[in-house]
Write a protein that binds this ligand. Structure first.
Ligand code: HEC
Ligand code: HEC
Length: 158
């Protein structure tokens, strides 16, 4: 079987598996999560304060973009200015003492390390996010891979 066919088959199995579940959940579950009927536009809850403790957080898996441990309100990131790079750029860290963006941020799609940030890593907030002390909407049984490998299966990741 070609990869394309295998993918299509896997997608079919997944879809077939999912349909009964979503039917079983019905509109009611979604209405509960949104706290409103599906055809109503609820007023969004007020924004909570973002975490600003300056403590770098452990990553749940090696490729995870680290979460941002400081406020970024009003930090401008557009075609003309990138506020983040004024601290995290290669030449800025001497003064800012911020961790430098890693070499992957300078690598283009051909794996070539460039002198300047790769455009695909320019808009930091595509991948890096601030955190808030918020109650999770749904449960989560994520297990850190290290705990999994060491057989501590029920130890939850951070
Ligand atoms: C004024 C300097 C400054 C600016 C501007 C700034 N940062 Fe930071 N950032 C830091 C410092 C210093 C740290 C190290 C932890 C701390 O002290 O908060 C940090 C930590 C981080 C980390 C955590 C790194 C890790 O390994 O855990 C991320 C991600 C990050 N910043 C992303 C951003 C993004 C995205 C922006 C722009 C929206 C930004 N920062 C703007 C100074 C800055
Ligand atoms: C396409 C996703 C993506 C974008 C866009 C992106 N990053 Fe990252 N960043 C990552 C990932 C994934 C990691 C962790 C693995 C790695 O280093 O590539 C990371 C790591 C980091 C680190 C930690 C570096 C270290 O060595 O500990 C900092 C700081 C950081 N990014 C800042 C930024 C800033 C500032 C920007 C914008 C100028 C940015 N990133 C844009 C995905 C992204």
């Amino acid at each position: 079987m070609t990869w394309a066919k295998r993918l299509a088959a896997a997608a079919l199995v997944l879809t077939c598996g999912l349909v009964p579940v979503s039917l079983a959940l019905g509109d009611e579950t979604f209405a509960t999560l949104r706290n409103h009927a599906i055809d109503q536009e609820p007023k969004p809850p007020p924004l909570t304060n973002e975490t600003n403790d300056d403590l770098r957080k452990p990553r749940n898996y090696p490729e995870q973009p680290p979460t941002i441990p400081h406020k970024i309100r009003d930090y401008q990131v557009d075609l003309n200015v990138n506020k983040c790079l004024t601290c995290h750029g290669r030449t800025a860290v001497g003064q800012s003492q911020a961790p430098m963006v890693s070499v992957t941020h300078y690598t283009d799609r051909d794996g070539q390390v460039r002198a300047f940030m790769s455009p695909r890593r320019y808009f930091c907030n595509q991948c890096h996010v601030v955190q808030a002390q918020a109650r999770p909407l749904v449960g989560n049984d994520f297990v850190d891979v290290e705990a999994l490998v060491l057989g501590l299966g029920d130890k939850k990741g951070d």
